[in-house]
Design a protein around this ligand. Structure first.
Ligand code: BG6
Length: 493
């Protein structure tokens, strides 16, 4: 029997985000977040991401005026706010070494521009990290994960407005100071590149609020503000708590050429630059020429400040974190080719791969390709902070969930990760699956797109007991975690 070896501080674990698990959307003085405005639309094809997540000022008004939770899954989540002790105990029994979660900004500053923080919110996260430490679980904290105060959208133009950088900085420093004795790993922004694909969820930008402006330019301006804000977090940690590690995080979608036609190869190379532009800025410390040239061609002008660019240059990230779910192909001529989905984007269907019920193609070798690409590009420690399968699970009358498909997905991906560590010289801090308990889908706002090891009995409309059940995949990951640094290859058969 072969064994795979990883370092004995390798962080095996799970990942979540506040708006997708916590619920309790109005409790203990929590303010309204942009996530509370996104509702599930049962009549729209969930594969049509643009339609399913459409947002405009009317939609926001509707959300503000409707205090119910029924249609707004992110308002109830899986009620982690009240179940966190039970959930962490379950996950500790599964054997995790790390738990990634995000901070709900509106629990700390309900409006974003409040003068003083809400102690209830800070105490919730302090209790949470203490609970994790009780089981020797390392917290990995994302400061902003598709979740900002709605007040900043309606009164400040969200991340387009430079002032929001200082609100975020104040929020970040409060949280870092409060949790300083417990948290080493920080991620200032989840998938910093995602602002391009969903400007509202990532940065609170609503197109109809920018009449007369080039919305793409608005997005790039807001993105620049997020880069500056991120570097401010790095600066603060480096100067105040030098032991802390702060990461850049991108959505690592791999784009293959559909075939060996050099024109398709060139197209895929260019599309990959669109993915790397963001980590290039955060790891190398400057806007790459290829991005600046592209912006010029599009007549997009970012208002840079000397101070901001200096911050980006001097405070680059310590590690490269990424999410990985699937890959797509690209071709110059797509006529007659089948199109498929991949985490809020789409591309040409790859005949060598299978796909999930949401049309995301399953590509385990792609995670290894991603590791090699990122290692060669940055020569920095990497951290896989999301990888998993969204699927419909069925709870049997015996309270069991036979999710063999999820076990297969994990087996194949984890094996490639281990091979990459063993054979490709990749330096990896850890591997976190997406979902711990089930959680609300970020893109479709459904509960029924499940990712967890723990099934949560609640449906797309908030109905259910919220009781947790261990899935078969729970027992599979538990087996792997019994011997986490010397892993039997038999586990992947
Ligand atoms: C990642 C996000 O891109 O994809 C998560 O960081 C999200 O928040 C995950 O949940 C899976 O996507 P979805 O749309 O299936 O929830």
């Amino acid at each position: 029997m072969n064994k795979y070896h990883v370092k004995n501080n390798f962080l095996w674990g799970v990942a979540t985000s506040a708006s997708q698990i916590e619920g309790a959307w109005q409790e203990d003085r929590k303010g309204m977040s942009i996530a509370d405005c996104l509702r599930y639309r049962p009549k729209i094809d969930v594969k049509d991401y643009k339609k399913v997540n459409k947002i405009d000022s009317r939609e926001i008004e509707r959300a503000v005026n409707d205090p119910s939770t029924q249609k707004w899954a992110k308002r109830y989540g899986v009620d982690f706010y009240h179940h966190y002790k039970e959930d962490i105990k379950e996950l500790a029994e599964m054997g995790i070494k790390a738990f990634r979660f995000s901070i709900s900004w509106t629990r700390i500053f309900p409006n974003g521009d409040d003068l003083t923080p809400n102690k209830n919110g800070l105490d919730f996260y302090l209790d949470l990290v203490k609970e994790l430490k009780k089981y020797h679980i390392e917290p990995v904290v994302t400061l902003s994960h598709y979740d900002m105060p709605l007040h900043l959208v309606l009164n400040y133009d969200a991340w387009y407005e430079p002032k929001v950088i200082s609100f975020y900085e104040k929020f970040a420093i409060q949280v870092i100071d409060y949790l300083k004795d417990y948290v080493t790993y920080w991620i200032p922004f989840n998938e910093i590149d995602s602002i391009i694909r969903h400007p509202f969820a990532s940065a609170g930008l609503v197109e109809d609020r920018f009449q007369g402006k080039n919305f793409e330019e608005v997005i790039y301006q807001a993105m620049y503000h997020q880069f500056v804000a991120s570097s401010k977090v790095i600066k603060y940690c480096r100067q105040t708590y030098p032991h802390m590690k702060v990461g850049s995080m991108i959505t690592k979608t791999t784009v293959y050429p559909y075939n060996s036609n050099p024109r398709n190869v060139l197209k895929s190379l260019k599309q990959m630059r669109e993915v790397y532009a963001f980590s290039d800025i955060q790891i190398r410390g400057f806007y790459p020429k290829y991005l600046l040239d592209e912006l010029n061609r599009k007549d997009i002008h970012i208002h840079f400040t000397e101070k901001g660019l200096k911050l980006i240059q001097n405070y680059t990230a310590d590690f490269v974190a990424f999410s990985y779910y699937s890959s797509v192909c690209t071709a110059v001529d797509t006529a007659g080719l089948k199109i498929t989905q991949a985490n809020t984007t789409s591309g040409v269907y790859n005949d060598f791969l299978e796909q999930t019920e949401w049309g995301w193609q399953i590509d385990p070798v792609g995670i290894r390709i991603s590791l090699i690409e990122l290692a060669d590009r940055y020569n920095k420690p990497m951290f896989i902070v999301e990888n998993g399968l969204g699927a419909v699970d069925e709870l049997t009358s015996q309270g069991e969930i036979h999710d063999r498909y999820r076990i297969n997905y994990l087996k194949k991906h984890i094996e490639q990760v281990l091979l990459s560590i063993q054979e490709d010289g990749v330096e990896l801090i850890g591997y976190l699956t997406w979902g711990a308990m089930d959680l609300v889908s970020a893109s479709t706002n459904q509960m029924s797109k499940r990712y967890g090891f723990l099934y949560v009995d609640v449906d797309d409309f908030g109905k259910g007991t919220f009781k947790r059940y261990r899935k078969d995949s729970y027992y599979w990951y538990q087996k792997l975690l019994q011997n986490p640094y010397e892993i039997d290859s038999a586990l992947f058969e």
